[in-house]
Design a binder for this molecule. Sequence first.
Ligand code: ZN
Length: 173
Amino acid sequence: MDAAVDLVRTEAPTDTLTSAGGLSRWLAERRDALGPAGEELALRLPQFRALRESIGRTFAAALAGRPLPSDAVAALNAASAAAPGFPQLVASDREGPTVTTAMLPVGPTAEILAAIARSAIAIVGGPDRARLRRCEAPSCGRVFLAGRPDQVWCSMACGNRARVARHYARAGR
Ligand SMILES: [Zn+2]
């Protein structure tokens, strides 16, 4: 899943980024996407929570078709600018050439926060904005990127829960 969406989804229904341990686990699970995270990164919990808040408010405004909150946009742009990046061509015999963004080495915290901020910027500022949704399943309400135009649930589990809830609502009538 996209890093920015993934970060915002840690907020609800249960906030899983409330401790250094929670952040360490989240980063470890995303090692492939975000790169290895040193132990010192777990101490940056307030910065990750602040970025999450900015992304969450930006996504919420985009979902509602409201003007984007200027302070949140400024925070995303600042996080992106903190680790200057440039495209690099990666040759792969198996999958064909791809492009990655390499960053000037400015420290792991700034680099990972910049990568997450850029993913939010790319979503809200590009065609993926149309795929941004809020899950309609009971007790979810988390954002996700829809794979199909008619997708309203973020996962199979949410779809099943919503169907069961609907079934009981009907049966109770
Ligand atoms: Zn869901």
